[in-house]
Ligand binder design. Structure first.
Ligand code: MG
Length: 422
């Protein structure tokens, strides 16, 4: 009798399954960098700069950081540029000699440009604003190196379904998913997978019993990764890891029962794949986003490093621990929203964004954030179908629910604690 291990297969038609089987495009590759002035975008341009014979930057998109964008335009001479609005467009045209016909604005500009003929698009727009760009690329069959988490959190079912329909490969840039991708690349197809495991650093509050009363300053001191403020708070709450389970489900088409998380403070092991024979394959590297960015832009080739090598002897030890039961209510809420599906993740995401803003402004305790998110998930109606319209409805309902609750608590726009950042 065979032992009882539930066996799963990577879905070859899933967006990341397509990417694993992708033969790639010839070099030099014409790339686009969306969110070019953000951390991941800058990493993408650093990779392009390090490999000028491999990549030609054809498209740049940024929001309102026009000065930084103008410097990038001068360095990389892209064919097309997208900015947030007409004001930013006017400023950019003054600072550069770009042809006005090739400077687009807003979500429509992103969507249209994502459909332009590119070999791979590094999609690193911040937040929900990234969704139209992801869908634009997927509809046009533009291979995506996807860093915009919200595309897969809010609309994972929609994006995955459209990517299946158009056979668009999506290469993960989020470090844990890029880790899973690399582990899976070495495994035979078929029912070989027992579990896909993401690591969580645990953030600056790991092991702190008084986490619910941590200040914004405590939370923003992340020990390993430098990230935006919201994602750093989400990471301290382990909510970010819950969102990453939703991402993994959309990318690899593996059921939630086969997705797991282990805490690993050093953030050297990014992901592991446990096979049915209980052999475990792991991906290790220094925690530096340029590695997953370069991997995704060059896949399936490997280019010489832009990051330092791993020195295991110098590190000495790697530690792992289970996610402590009951200690991370936000993580449990994310898992609940993941399994509910439909617009539940959009409710979770919007409620968390408003609650985290209130926390960062010193108006509520960190411990109030999961409570506010739970209240939104309890009160807002979930629609089972993900469309841009249903996601937008869920988003505004959740924002309204949290704003009302903040008002009821007297925590709306008035500092109730002394540790806010003004
Ligand atoms: Mg991550």
């Amino acid at each position: 009798m065979e032992p009882r291990v539930t066996a799963h297969a990577l879905d070859p038609m899933s967006p990341a399954g397509r990417a694993l089987a992708w033969e790639g495009r010839p070099f030099p590759r014409r790339i686009g960098v969306f969110g070019s002035t953000g951390t991941v975008g800058l990493g993408g341009l650093a990779v392009a700069r390090a490999h000028p014979d491999r990549f030609v930057v054809e498209v740049l998109a940024a929001g309102r950081n026009v000065r930084a964008l103008a410097a990038q335009v001068k360095e990389f001479a892209p064919r097309m540029v997208v900015v947030a609005d007409d004001t930013a467009r006017g400023e950019l045209l003054q600072l550069t000699d770009l042809d006005p016909a090739w400077v687009r604005v807003g979500a429509a500009g992103l969507e249209e440009t994502a459909a332009a003929s590119l070999d791979v698009l590094l999609q690193a727009v911040a937040g929900a604003a990234g969704l139209p760009a992801t869908l634009g690329a997927v509809e046009a069959g533009t291979p995506l190196a996807l860093a915009n988490k919200e595309s897969l959190v809010l609309a994972g079912e929609l994006v995955a379904a459209r990517a299946r329909a158009t056979a668009t490969p999506i290469l993960p840039v989020d470090s844990e998913h890029a880790g899973l991708f690399q582990c899976l690349a070495g495994l035979a197809s078929g029912r070989t997978i027992a579990r896909l495991i993401l690591t969580a650093s645990g953030g600056p509050l790991r092991g702190r019993a008084d986490w619910a009363d941590a200040t914004p300053a405590d939370v923003l001191a992340h020990p390993v990764w430098r990230m935006g403020d919201r994602i750093t708070v989400d990471s301290a709450l382990l909510l970010n890891k819950g969102l990453e389970l939703i991402e993994a489900h959309a990318l690899f088409g593996v059921p939630y029962d086969a997705l797991d998380v282990v805490v690993h403070p050093q953030a050297i092991v990014h992901a592991l794949v446990e096979c049915v024979d209980h052999s475990t394959v792991a991906q290790l590297s220094v925690p530096d986003m340029r590695l997953p960015i370069q991997m995704a832009l060059a896949w399936p080739e490997r280019l010489p490093a832009t990051v330092p090598a791993l020195d295991l002897a110098a590190l000495g030890r790697l530690e792992f621990e289970a996610v402590p039961e009951g200690r991370h209510p936000a993580f449990d809420l994310a898992r609940r929203a993941a399994r509910t599906g439909g617009t539940a993740p959009a409710i979770l995401n919007a409620a968390d964004e408003v609650a985290v803003e209130a926390f960062l402004a010193g108006r509520i305790r960190l411990g109030d954030v999961p409570a506010l998110v739970a209240a939104a998930l309890d009160t807002c109606a979930v629609e089972s179908e993900q469309t841009l319209a249903s996601i937008a409805r869920a988003d505004s309902a959740a924002r309204a629910a949290v704003t009302t609750e903040l008002g009821r608590r007297g925590a709306l726009g008035v500092a109730s604690r002394g540790d806010g950042r003004g």
